[in-house]
Write a protein that binds this ligand. Structure first.
Ligand SMILES: [Zn+2]
Length: 699
C-alpha cells in the first residue's frame, strides 16, 4: 500500500498551485483508519471499500453493451512500433520523478478489474504503450511519454517537430530514443505548436536552443494569437482551476484499481520543467499553405474548437493529415471539469467537416497529438465523419431538448448519443462525457439558471441544509436512511440526503465517511476518468481532509508570456476590494522598452487599467522596462528593490504603491470543496506584485 507521501510524487507540476510549478508536500497526520463498514484489504485508503454488487452489475452490463468485437484500435496502436521505451521512469533536472510508467503497469496485469469501468480500462491499456513508432516513412511519433504525443517529420535539412509535450525532460528523453533509432543525428529544423494548451509546447526547451530560434535557424510556427491565448485561458481563475484539477485529474489518488486509472487522453501529465519559446511565425489566414524545411504544409486554423487557437495541418506530398487535438480517440470536452469557458460544439463539428472535404477525401494517414494514427482513406473518413457528427449531434439534440423545456439540471438524464456513435470507440467519453458535455451545451446557450425561481438566488448550501436536516428528523434518521439507500445501490439518492447532512454538520465524520462510501461507488461506475476521479477525489478528501503543502517556484517562461495588460487585469482580481475602500489614486505606467503606456486607477474600491492612455495629472508615474517588470512578476526582484536601485523610476507619491500592495491577497489552492475537509495551514507569502500565475493547464 502506498503512503500518502508516495502519492505526492505522482502530482504533476501542472496540477499544483500555489506558486507556479509548485509541488505539494504532504504530512501524514490526517489519514486515520476509523469508522463504519468493512475496509477493503489492498485498497490504498484505510477506509476504502470494495465495489458493491450493484456496482459490479453496472460494470458487467456495460461490458455486454460495448463493441469489444472491434479491435482495430489495438492494431492501429501497435502498428509501426520501432522501439519500446525501456526506462519506466524519467527524472526531472530538479531531482524528482518527471514521468513514471511503472505505476500504470498494474493495468496490464489483469484483463478486468471489478473497480474500473471496462471501457476506461480498455482505453488505459491502449495508453499504456510507451515508445517510438513509425506513422509512415518520414513521420514518427513518440507516444506514452506524457499526456500528449510528440511527432517528428522529415524535412529537407532536419526534423520538424509537432507539439513538444509538457516538460523539457520528457521531450529530451523522447528525442534521445528517436535519435537512437531513426534520427540519423539530424537536428530539429522547425517546431509547430498545434494549439495553446500546455501539453503541446511546454517541453520545447528540451529540444530547441532559444538562440537558434532568435537567429531564425529554427522557426516556431503556431496559429495566430497563440501567445495571447496560451496564458490568458487560465490566469484569471487560475487558482480555482488548479484546485479543481485535483478532482478532474485525481491528483491525490494513487494509480491503483481503486484510485487513479489513467486520464483517457493519456496516462498522466509529466512533472518536469515547463518552458515556452514564443513562435516566430503565425498562421494568420483561415487556410494557409507554405513550405516548412522543404515540406509543403497546408494549415487550417480552427479557432474556438478544442482550444481558443488551434490548427490542423495537411501534408499533401505524404497524403498525411494532422488533426491536432480536434480529432482524437475520444469524445472531447465541451465543458471542462477543471473549469473553462464552454466550447462551441457546432463550430468544432464544422471545422472537422471542412477538414474532411478539404483533405480527408484523399488522405491516406491521419495522426494527432494524443492517441494513435489511422491508416487508409476509408478508416480516416469513418473517424472524421463520426467525430463531426458527435459534436454536431450533441449541439443539436441538446438544444432540441432545451427548446422543449429540458433544463441544465435534467439534460444529462435525457440526452443520449445515437447508437451508431456509441458503438464507435473513438466517440466514447474518455475526456468529455455525454453527461457533463450536454450540461455544458445548455450552459453555453442559456447559462446556469433553469428558470425555476427557487434556483435563481438560492440560499448557500450550508444555510439551507440545517432546515433540511431538522425537517428530515435529524442526523440519525438521515444516516439510517442514507445507509439504507447506499445498501440498496441507490447512490445518487443517498448522496442527495447525506450531502445535506454534511453541509449542515461539517464536523460529522460519520456522515462524511458515509458520503465518501457513496461517492466511491459512483466513481467506480464511471467510464469517464474525469467523472471517476472527481467522485474518488471527493471521497478521499472527506476521509482524509485536504493535504498540507509547500511550494516550489514558477515557470518564468510562462510568466513572461503574460501581457502587461493581462498582468494588470489580474492584479485587479488579486486585490481584496474590501481593503481598498476609500482609496483613490491614478498611476501612469510606462514601459519604455515596449513602448506601452497605461492609466491604472483605484476608485470605488476597484482597480482598473486602460492601455494606450496616460493621465494628465497622475498621482504617480512609474517607468519600468517590461523586461525588468518581469523580474517582479516572476518574484525574482520586488518592485520596491527595482525602485530603490533606480531600475524603475517614479515621479509623484510613491507611497501609493505601498497602499496598493496592502490590498493584495495570495490565493490558497487548498480551499475547501467538501465541507469539513480543511485542515488549515500556511501559504508561502508572495510578493504583492508577483504575477501569481498557475501552470498552464494540459488538455
Ligand atoms: Zn492535449
Amino acid at each position: 500500500m502506498a503512503t500518502r507521501r508516495e502519492f505526492v510524487k505522482s502530482i504533476p507540476a501542472v496540477g499544483t498551485a500555489f506558486a507556479v510549478g509548485g509541488r505539494l508536500v504532504l504530512d501524514d497526520s490526517s489519514a486515520q483508519a476509523q469508522g463504519a463498514g468493512a475496509p477493503l484489504a489492498g485498497h490504498f485508503h484505510p477506509k476504502g471499500k470494495a465495489p458493491s454488487e450493484f456496482t459490479l452489475n453496472v460494470l458487467r452490463q456495460a461490458h455486454g453493451e460495448l463493441p469489444f468485437g472491434d479491435t482495430r484500435d489495438f492494431e492501429e496502436q501497435k502498428k509501426g512500433l520501432i522501439a519500446p521505451m525501456q526506462d519506466l521512469k524519467i527524472t526531472a533536472d530538479a531531482g524528482h520523478v518527471a514521468w513514471d510508467m511503472e505505476r500504470f503497469q498494474f493495468l496490464d496485469k489483469q484483463d478486468e478489474f471489478d473497480s474500473i469501468h471496462p471501457s476506461l480500462l480498455r482505453q488505459s491499456k491502449l495508453n499504456n504503450n510507451y515508445g517510438l513508432y513509425e506513422v509512415i516513412p518520414g513521420i514518427y511519433q513518440v507516444r506514452g511519454f506524457d499526456l500528449s504525443d510528440i511527432t517528428f517529420i522529415r524535412g529537407k535539412t532536419g526534423w520538424i517537430v509537432f507539439d513538444p509535450l509538457v516538460s523539457k525532460e520528457v521531450v529530451r528523453a523522447a528525442w534521445k530514443l528517436f535519435q537512437q533509432h531513426v534520427g540519423q543525428g539530424l537536428p530539429v529544423s522547425a517546431v509547430i505548436y498545434s494549439h495553446t494548451h500546455g501539453d503541446h509546447w511546454g517541453g520545447v526547451r528540451g529540444i530547441v536552443d532559444e538562440a537558434d530560434v532568435r537567429s531564425g535557424k529554427v522557426p516556431i510556427i503556431a496559429p495566430v494569437d497563440f501567445m495571447e491565448f496560451t496564458v490568458s485561458e487560465n490566469v484569471y481563475a487560475g487558482n480555482a482551476m488548479n484546485r479543481r484539477l485535483f478532482y478532474q485529474y485525481g491528483l491525490l489518488l494513487p494509480a491503483s484499481p481503486h484510485g487513479y486509472a489513467g486520464q483517457g487522453l493519456g496516462q498522466a501529465v509529466s512533472a518536469g520543467a515547463t518552458t515556452l519559446i514564443a513562435p516566430t511565425r503565425s498562421v494568420e489566414k483561415p487556410v494557409e499553405e507554405f513550405e516548412v524545411d522543404g515540406v509543403t504544409m497546408i494549415f487550417q486554423n480552427t479557432p474556438n474548437t478544442e482550444a481558443p487557437r488551434e490548427m490542423n495541418t495537411y501534408i499533401p506530398d505524404m497524403k498525411a493529415l494532422w488533426m491536432a487535438e480536434n480529432v482524437t480517440a475520444t469524445l472531447h470536452n465541451i465543458y471542462t471539469l477543471r473549469g473553462a469557458q464552454v466550447r462551441d460544439p457546432l463550430g468544432w463539428s464544422k471545422y472537422i467537416g471542412e477538414a474532411l472535404y478539404r483533405f480527408g477525401l484523399e488522405a491516406e494517414v491521419m495522426f494527432a497529438s494524443h492517441h494513435w494514427p489511422r491508416w487508409g482513406n476509408a478508416r480516416i473518413q469513418e473517424v472524421l465523419r463520426g467525430q463531426r457528427d458527435l459534436y454536431a449531434h450533441m449541439n443539436n439534440q441538446v438544444l432540441h431538448f432545451a427548446n422543449q423545456g429540458v433544463t441544465i439540471n435534467e439534460i444529462h438524464n435525457v440526452y443520449e448519443m445515437p447508437k451508431g456513435l456509441q458503438d464507435k470507440w473513438f466517440c466514447r467519453g474518455y475526456h468529455g462525457s455525454a453527461q457533463h458535455n450536454s450540461r455544458g451545451v445548455v450552459q453555453r446557450y442559456l447559462g446556469f439558471w433553469d428558470c425555476n425561481p427557487t434556483t435563481l438566488i438560492p440560499l448557500s448550501p450550508s444555510d439551507s441544509a440545517p432546515l433540511y436536516v431538522e425537517m428530515m428528523g435529524g442526523a440519525d434518521k438521515i444516516m439510517t436512511r442514507g445507509q439504507q439507500l447506499h445498501d440498496e445501490g441507490k447512490y445518487l439518492l443517498a448522496s442527495e440526503i447525506v450531502n445535506k447532512l454534511v453541509q449542515a454538520q461539517p464536523q460529522n465524520q460519520a456522515a462524511k465517511d458515509l458520503l465518501a462510501d457513496i461517492f466511491e461507488q459512483i466513481g467506480y461506475q464511471q467510464e469517464n476518468p474525469g467523472l471517476r476521479n472527481s467522485f474518488l477525489a471527493a471521497a478521499y478528501e472527506l476521509r482524509s481532509g485536504i493535504p498540507q503543502g509547500e511550494t516550489a517556484t514558477a515557470s518564468p517562461d510562462v510568466i513572461r508570456a503574460m501581457s502587461t495588460e493581462l498582468f494588470l487585469n489580474f492584479l485587479g482580481i488579486r486585490m481584496d476590494s474590501r481593503k481598498a475602500e476609500g482609496m483613490r489614486f491614478t498611476i501612469n505606467l510606462i514601459t519604455p522598452d515596449k513602448g506601452e503606456k497605461f492609466i491604472i486607477e483605484l476608485e470605488n474600491a476597484t482597480l482598473t487599467n486602460i492601455k494606450g492612455f496616460l493621465a494628465s495629472k497622475p498621482d504617480l508615474t512609474l517607468m519600468i522596462n517590461r523586461s525588468d517588470l518581469e523580474l517582479t512578476m516572476t518574484g525574482t526582484k520586488s518592485l520596491e528593490a527595482q525602485i530603490a536601485d533606480g531600475t524603475a523610476k517614479v515621479e509623484g507619491d510613491a507611497s501609493i504603491l505601498k497602499q496598493l500592495a496592502s490590498t493584495m491577497v495570495d490565493f490558497d489552492p487548498r480551499f475547501e470543496i467538501m465541507p469539513g475537509t480543511k485542515a488549515g495551514g500556511v501559504v508561502a507569502k508572495e510578493d504583492p506584485y508577483e504575477a501569481d500565475e498557475r501552470q498552464p493547464i494540459a488538455e
